[in-house]
Design a protein around this ligand. Structure first.
Ligand SMILES: Nc1nc2c(c(=O)[nH]1)N[C@H]1C(S)=C(S)[C@@H](COP(=O)(O)OP(=O)(O)OC[C@H]3O[C@@H](n4cnc5c(=O)[nH]c(N)nc54)[C@H](O)[C@@H]3O)O[C@H]1N2
Ligand SMILES: Nc1nc2c(c(=O)[nH]1)N[C@H]1C(S)=C(S)[C@@H](COP(=O)(O)OP(=O)(O)OC[C@H]3O[C@@H](n4cnc5c(=O)[nH]c(N)nc54)[C@H](O)[C@@H]3O)O[C@H]1N2
Ligand code: SF4
Ligand SMILES: [Mo]
Length: 728
């Protein structure tokens, strides 16, 4: 029997519509769905590799318990019941002896199960939840959006009016999609004529098309943003009518930005003065305009004030919540309830790092995250108390947290680790029990997107079963039962139905919406409403206005206005170190073919990107005797890794850019090359941290680069079984 099933890909943050052909229980084809209101017939290479991912021979297919030393790679196959009993026994021992806070729930970036892991942590009573993003990804933007506007605005690609201008800052939306099917919508907007200003040390596809491309020194976005504000305020290019009526604290900001003259900002950022002035003028005088901002901005210890400064730009220029501008979105369906109100206060106070970094958990605790460097300290040194157990659901932390050496030591020091993943990653190898996770074609989920515009509800449907794989949501629900937690759900469908019921509260015509109905509908699209603050008569902020001066930050004793702080490791902060490490390192620009540390074992993807490539300017390559295609070492004072040199004039001279996420599934040793080409061997978890959100520095570090004449990575790959499939 042949069936074509409408579903949605959630292999990243996005939700592109997919049509999946299933013949006699086997998935034989996967295509983009032209009817999807979000992606409109497009999918990216990662999503299109869904069938290869589904049937990958490397997949974990059944639960296993460690049979040798930790990390030795010896496993024995067990049943799900045995695996769950084993977890329950360990969790119960630790929580009885040390309290539930001694167990940390860990995961990766915002995948389908994110809120379900939060929910489980709160039901278990542990305040400690970690993710390699949070402080360095998205939440600083969400929190600043909430503080400034009472919402997190997004570019309006969804209405009848195309943005006239998009300011793309530290983001590469046509690859990363940031929040993911956005990549297609952003491309559509540019094709329809949106002008571009791009702030990026690398020449991205959008930089090539931009009116102005500002190639700044990595890690100086705060200064450049203050420079933009200086030009716009000094030249009175802001929207006076909007500001008089709706903005709180512009006069104080005007004082603050006075010192950030284009001349001074140019000296800090290395962007020519005339370009700063021209780009700021163009942004302020073009309407409607929106801001695409990326995680590159959130990888410095002054990230919070950086994104605060940027958040102010679209508002004071009159672009907030207008058609084609920077909009509030629909928020049609809430995410799964994380049961935060069920976490006892005395447990909440034990969250590691929260009292020091008051905005780490967001405004109102929408993202109850612990501070990762402080957690690692607690794992290694028992300060402020000993962490004993980790329950990981899609966390390859040895690759994606800063300072991989430290993370590996911290994980080694754990008494108990469970890890649920699709593959045996370098992190899963450190576990006591591994659980096989369902991929996106093997699970049911309900989702609203895109990201925070949230005007479409869509469903992901289970169309296949691989081995004994299960969805994280199901396993969490099952574990909650075994541990006798108040999970308030007998099955995951109860949680989906709660979410869908809320839609009916806002839109009475959907009062009887539930999982079964939604599954039949596949998509539901709602119209975008604009200028919602006018209808409400206020912004959802303490003053009811757009807060350029944040009264909430003032109350917390934090700086209510944005500022600039030079990165702690930089040519100017550490000039002696700069002599030894004379290049500026930025890490993490996203690849079209991989989602962070995933995909290197999928032939269709690996074929397109076989080895990690470090980008370096021809003048620098010349200086250090490096030719295009050479294997080179990239070294910081913390460690060294090796990558292939991509010599290109598309990067600012004096800067090198390393991709993120590299480990080698073809390496049979149980470390799987975790420290060979992993850029987080180069980064640090050391202070200073952002005083608001606890963020550490991943971009703008100092490094040196030199040839590696003895690299065996290509040879090893070419001799592997994976290579024969890649070459097919
Ligand atoms: N295909 C794919 N898509 C992804 C991901 C993936 O791994 N692969 N990851 C997802 C995740 S978790 C996230 S957070 C988003 C990230 O996606 P984005 O937010 O778009 O961020 P990046 O791609 O990391 O970086 C964007 C650009 O910032 C530039 N950059 C580097 N350093 C600096 C700097 O100091 N200042 C400025 N202004 N620019 C700098 C880089 O050159 C790069 O072109 O993408 C998501 N989408
Ligand atoms: N140096 C540097 N470090 C960075 C960044 C950077 O730019 N530079 N970016 C940071 C950012 S923005 C982020 S968000 C983080 C992201 O970091 P992560 O999201 O942790 O990314 P991964 O390391 O790929 O780990 C995710 C793991 O989840 C598994 N997985 C995928 N789907 C599922 C599923 O459905 N269930 C389960 N159980 N497992 C699944 C994957 O196989 C993978 O092993 O990295 C951060 N680290
Ligand atoms: S952008 Fe994300 S959701 Fe869309 S096809 Fe690619 S991986 Fe899937
Ligand atoms: Mo991220």
């Amino acid at each position: 029997m042949k069936q074509i099933i409408k579903t949605a890909c959630r292999a990243c943050h996005g939700g592109c519509g997919a049509l999946v052909t299933v013949e006699n229980g086997v998935v034989t084809d996967l295509r983009p769905d032209p009817d999807s209101p979000l992606s409109k017939g497009r999918m990216c290479p990662k999503g299109l590799a869904g069938v290869e991912l589904l049937y990958s021979p490397e997949r974990l297919k059944y639960p296993m318990i460690r049979a040798g030393e930790r990390g030795e790679g010896k496993w024995r196959r067990v049943t799900w019941d045995e695996a769950l009993d084993y977890i329950v026994e360990n969790v119960n021992r630790i929580r009885n002896e040390s309290g539930p806070e001694a167990i940390v729930l860990g995961q990766g970036t915002g995948r389908h199960h994110l809120k379900h892991v939060n929910r489980f942590a709160n039901a278990l009573g542990t305040p400690n939840w970690m993710e390699p993003g949070t402080a360095q990804c998205f939440f600083p933007r969400v929190a600043t959006g909430n503080l400034t506007y009472g919402t997190m605005p997004v570019v309006d690609y969804y209405g009848d009016v195309n943005p006239e201008l998009i300011l793309v800052w530290g983001s590469n939306p046509v690859i990363s999609g940031a929040d993911c099917e956005i990549q297609f919508r952003c491309r559509d907007a540019v094709q329809k004529g949106s002008k571009l200003i791009v702030v990026d040390p690398r020449r991205t596809e959008l930089a090539e098309k931009a009116e102005y491309w500002l190639q700044l020194r990595p890690g100086t976005d705060d200064a450049l943003a203050m420079g933009f504000l200086h030009v716009i305020i000094e030249e009175e290019l802001y929207d006076k009518e909007f500001c008089d009526k709706w903005v709180y604290g512009l006069d104080k900001l005007a004082e603050r930005v006075k010192e950030y003259t284009p001349k001074r900002v140019s000296e800090i950022t290395w962007v020519p003065e005339d370009k700063i002035i021209a780009a700021a003028r163009l942004f302020a005088t073009t309407k409607p305009a929106g801001l695409e901002w990326g995680c590159a901005l959130e990888h410095t210890p002054n990230c919070f004030q950086t994104v605060r400064a940027l958040a102010i730009l679209p508002g004071i220029t009159g672009n907030f919540d207008i058609p084609g501008g920077w909009i509030e979105g629909g928020h049609v369906m809430p995410e799964a309830d994380i049961l935060i109100d069920k976490l006892p206060d005395e447990q909440g106070y034990k969250r590691i790092g929260e009292s020091q970094y008051k905005l780490l958990a967001g405004v109102g605790g929408e993202c109850p995250a612990s501070h990762v460097p402080s957690l690692m300290k607690a794992m290694l040194e028992g300060d402020p108390y000993q962490i004993r157990g980790l329950m990981l659901f899609g966390n390859n932390g040895i690759i994606s947290f800063a300072d991989s050496q430290k993370v590996r030591k911290a994980y080694e020091n754990m008494e108990f680790i469970s890890c649920m993943d699709l593959f045996m990653t370098p992190t899963a190898e450190m576990a006591d029990v591994v659980l096989p996770a369902a991929s996106w074609l093997e699970l049911d989920e309900v989702y609203s997107g895109p990201s925070l515009a949230d005007h479409v509800i869509l469903v992901q449907k289970k169309v296949a079963q691989i081995g004994e794989c299960r969805s994280d949501e199901e396993v969490l629900c099952e574990l909650a039962k075994c541990l006798e937690l108040n999970y308030y759900a007998d099955s995951v469908y109860d949680i989906f139905n709660d979410q869908l019921r809320s839609v009916g509260e806002k839109y009475p015509e959907y009062a009887d919406l539930n999982w079964e109905k939604m599954k039949e509908l596949s998509y539901l699209e709602f119209p975008i409403e604009y200028r919602q603050y006018e209808k409400r008569g206020r912004f959802n902020t303490p003053t009811g206005k757009m807060e350029v001066w944040s009264t909430a930050m003032e109350e917390l004793g934090l700086d209510p206005l944005p500022n600039y702080v030079e990165s702690p490791e930089s040519p100017y902060s550490t000039p002696d170190l700069y002599k030894e490490y004379p290049l500026i390192l930025t890490t993490g620009a996203r690849s079209k073919y991989y989602f962070i540390s995933e995909g290197r074992q999928i032939p269709r993807l690996r074929r397109r990107s076989m080895y990690p490539e470090v980008e370096i300017h021809p003048a620098d390559a010349d200086k250090y005797g490096i030719a295009h295609g050479d294997w080179v070492f990239i070294e910081t004072k913390r460690g060294k890794i090796t990558m292939k040199a991509n010599v290109t004039d598309g990067i600012l001279q004096g800067v090198v850019s390393c991709p993120i996420g590299w480990w080698y599934p073809e390496e049979t040793d149980t470390g799987h090359g975790w420290n060979e080409s992993n850029c987080n061997v180069l980064t640090s978890q050391d202070p200073p941290y952002d005083p608001n959100s606890g963020t550490y520095q991943l971009r703008g570090l100092l490094c040196k680069i030199y040839k590696n004449d003895d690299c065996k990575i290509e040879q090893r790959f070419e001799q592997s079984e994976l290579y024969t499939r890649v070459k097919m």
